[in-house]
Design a binder for this molecule. Structure first.
Ligand code: OSB
Ligand code: MG
Length: 373
């Protein structure tokens, strides 16, 4: 394939309601969409999930945009890559910046799947036509509000509920949900807000509320605290922020710091790496699932295709469009089926169409680069 142009658009899209986690509140999402064009006019899309501020990890929308412009585009012009392997080789020497790299790899795999007339899922080796999903619920103003939200999502059909928690907002809300719904599967996600002194508290909470899973309560480099939490636990300890590559996964497994893995293509540098990490985790007996970053339809379509792989055995954070946006930038919204699954688009490639009107309204800045020598 001959890639001739890269569009880098910065968008801002209002969320249906603010999403609050231990690191802040997001009322609208700022992100980058990459549009990669071939000489024959085919278009591949990728979404860079770096947020406005570097709170989840060190990347930001502005930083990713600068790295693409200053470091990636000049190298791309010189190297003239023609497929996903050569793009990965081109990006490999650049350290970090995994969300920026992932968006480029996504656009390339979309094009490669299209060129071979298959869905992206197929291209990545996925077989499922539908994937099982859950929903991630931000911090709510009161336990009553939270129980109400949970009830609404359960009625819609979500398979499991993930609650955002932080010190001072955990026991009361989690117990309220458990009391209202004795049999549902509940996960919690601390986004690094706890310190190791909370280990006994978290163990007690998880055992008392019969949580299936506790995600990343401690700092990204604190594997030993996660290992201590996992020791003898009846719940899974899931790592998100800590795992960014094969090396961090190997170290996490060696220390027994995770019994479950959240795979986000952006966090690990791309869908191909995401699949490899999930396979490595499986070899160690650790199950994986596909996480989310409140993606627009483009990023969510990528996550759905990825989640069609049998290596992911737990329901993903890939919810219906209505959970995130009033109007998404794609034509056909993702709708939850009553059995708690979403259909994987059938392709070719990503299998989505951009809603040009909403897209134009959401764009804040546009850049476009020739990729010819
Ligand atoms: O930790 O999984 C997380 C969103 C932004 C940043 C971090 C996380 C999340 C989510 C959202 O939990 C999940 C989704 O996209 O539905
Ligand atoms: Mg998380």
């Amino acid at each position: 394939m001959e890639f001739v142009r890269l569009g880098v658009d910065e968008l801002e899209l209002p969320l249906v309601e603010p999403f609050e986690t231990s690191f802040g509140v997001e009322a609208e999402r700022r992100f980058l969409l990459l549009r990669l064009e071939t000489r024959h006019g085919e278009v591949g899309w990728g979404e860079c999930v770096a947020a406005r501020d570097p709170l989840y990890n060190e990347e930001s929308t502005a930083g990713a945009s600068a790295v693409i412009r200053e470091s990636i585009v000049p190298r791309w012009r010189k190297a003239g890559p023609r497929d996903v392997e050569s793009v990965r080789a081109l990006l490999a020497p650049l350290r970090g910046n995994r969300m920026a790299k992932s968006a480029l790899e996504q656009a390339v795999v979309d094009l490669q799947a299209q060129a071979t007339r298959q869905s992206l899922a197929r291209f990545l080796g996925g077989r499922r036509a539908r994937v099982s999903v859950g929903v991630s619920i931000g911090i709510q103003p009161s336990p009553e509000a939270l129980v109400g939200k949970v009830g609404q999502y359960l009625e819609e059909g979500y398979r499991r509920i993930k609650l955002k928690v932080r010190p001072g907002y955990d026991r009361v809300p989690v117990r309220s949900v458990r009391r209202a719904y004795p049999d549902i599967e509940i996960w919690v996600d601390g986004n690094q807000a706890y310190t190791p002194s909370s280990i006994p508290h978290l163990k007690r909470l998880a055992e008392d509320a019969r949580l299936a899973q506790v995600e990343q309560p401690f700092g990204e480099r604190d594997l030993s605290a996660h290992a201590e939490l996992a020791r003898g636990a009846h719940f899974r300890v899931c790592l998100d922020e800590s795992i960014v590559d094969a090396e961090s996964l190997a170290e996490g497994l060696r220390q027994r710091a995770l019994t479950c893995l959240n795979v986000k293509p952006g966090r690990v540098g791309g869908p191909v790496e995401g699949l490899q990490l999930a396979r490595a985790a499986r070899r160690a007996g650790v199950p994986s699932w596909v996480g989310g970053m409140l993606e627009s339809g483009v990023g969510r379509a990528h996550n759905l295709h990825l989640a069609s792989s049998g290596v992911f055995t737990l329901p993903g954070d890939i919810s219906a469009t209505s959970r995130y946006y009033e109007r998404d930038i794609i034509e056909t919204p993702f709708a939850l089926r009553p059995d708690g699954t979403l259909d994987v688009p059938r392709g070719p490639g990503l299998g989505i169409e951009i809603d040009e009107r909403t897209y134009r309204r959401a764009v804040r800045r546009r850049m476009s680069f020739s990729l010819r020598r």
